[in-house]
Design a protein around this ligand. Structure first.
Ligand SMILES: Nc1nc2c(ncn2[C@@H]2O[C@H](COP(=O)(O)OP(=O)(O)OP(=O)(O)O)[C@@H](O)[C@H]2O)c(=O)[nH]1
Ligand SMILES: [Mg+2]
Length: 349
């Protein structure tokens, strides 16, 4: 397929063109970059939802159920699984009955033109997975998917930090996970816009919910509220009343939703929370704020990569000389970096 055909295909909703474009981006072909430039103006409309959590907590199952719900609402859904622990199986996707436009239909989501699945793996591919994931999300966005669900394994376990790509980050946990030092270390409690305690059928979910509430309350604003609380109110903390009070005072307190994903329980509440969070992001101006942060980081990364590329290609001799001068103790690395930058700027004009 020629580049022109791919770009045209993307505009016309041709899935083969989309698959091809993703392959180009994934493999770092020059065409990938060109496609990204051409389609960029069409991006920025999708709601990008990240689903993260430790292996086996039920992320893929939850994603499959979310796909069905969003399809039922007439939304087109793209799914990207980053470095998936286990592949998406047909199990959760085949033959489920689905309410669409008032009709009950049996729908195979694998064949549904309103759904697109793609797994991305860092294995055997050149370049950063994070940047590629960002580009694949953009391709799906430009293609017209309303919701893009991105599954990644927990913070610190994947190359892709979910907050770097998602507008809404969902952290999935399961019972017996509370109080776990591993969770605190993984920084999972700082990133959730929504928390899900899945596998509630196993029992012990309430304990995890309670623990999560107490952890969420420990953030800055919560400490402030608590400092104004008298000792008599300790009961209120214990009973969760303070949590309810905080909900009224703060613009977004991450909701905690209990689910049994494989039975579809709690998924309506989750969809509702996802939609409420997106509205909140838009009305509070936080969507723009997050995107500014994300795009700044992205441009920094691209610029840094380009500079590294120039140093090992066009300006290699100069760079090599500079390195050797540092090795001979003639100059220090800071001075060397300043000189290198100056040389680059001079020669790039
Ligand atoms: N009991 C119970 N099992 C569930 C529930 N949701 C998912 N499972 C099961 O848990 C297992 C793992 O589910 P996945 O959805 O693959 O979990 P995951 O987090 O995507 O796993 P990785 O991608 O490997 O990290 C599967 O056998 C599911 O059927 C639930 O609510 N209750
Ligand atoms: Mg999975």
């Amino acid at each position: 397929m020629r580049l022109e055909d791919i770009v045209k295909g993307l505009e016309e909703g041709n899935r083969r063109a989309l698959a091809r474009a993703i392959t180009y981006v994934e493999n770092d072909y020059p065409e990938g970059k060109e496609i990204m430039k051409r389609i960029f103006k069409k991006t920025g409309n999708a709601h990008v939802v990240g689903i993260t959590g430790f292996p086996g907590v039920g992320k893929s199952t939850t994603v499959s159920k979310l796909v069905q719900k969003f399809r039922g609402k007439g939304k087109k859904v793209g799914v990207v699984a980053v470095d998936p622990g286990s592949p998406f199986t047909g199990g959760a996707l085949l033959g489920d009955r689905l309410r669409m436009e008032g009709l009950d239909v049996s729908k195979n989501l694998w064949l549904d033109p309103g759904v697109f699945f793609r797994s991305m793996s860092s294995r055997g591919k050149a370049g950063g997975l994070a940047a590629k994931t960002g580009d694949v999300i953009r391709l799906l966005d430009a293609f017209g998917f309303d919701v893009i669900l991105v599954e990644t394994v927990g913070a610190g376990q994947s190359e892709v930090d979910i907050v770097e790509v998602a507008d809404t980050s969902i952290v999935v946990m399961m019972p017996e996970m509370g109080d776990d030092i591993q969770i605190n270390k993984a920084g999972i409690l700082e990133i959730g816009d929504i928390y899900v305690v899945n596998k509630a059928d196993l029992g012990g979910a309430e304990k995890t919910v309670k623990w999560l509430k107490s952890m969420i309350m420990m953030d800055q604003e919560a400490v402030e509220i608590l400092s104004k609380t008298s000792h008599a109110d300790e009961y209120a903390v214990e009973s969760g009343e303070i949590f309810e009070r905080m909900k009224r005072g703060k613009d977004w307190i991450p909701p905690i939703i209990t689910t049994v994903a494989d039975k579809g329980e709690g998924i309506d509440e989750l969809v509702d929370a996802i939609e409420r969070h997106f509205s909140h992001l838009k009305s509070s101006g936080k969507l723009k704020e997050r995107r500014v942060r994300r795009i700044s980081r992205e441009i920094f990364d691209i610029v840094a990569d380009e500079i590294k590329g120039l140093l090992v290609s066009k300006h290699f001799n100069h760079f090599r000389n500079t390195v050797e001068r540092v090795v001979r103790n003639e100059i220090d690395p800071h001075t060397a970096a300043e000189e290198t930058l100056r040389n680059l700027i001079k020669n790039c004009r």
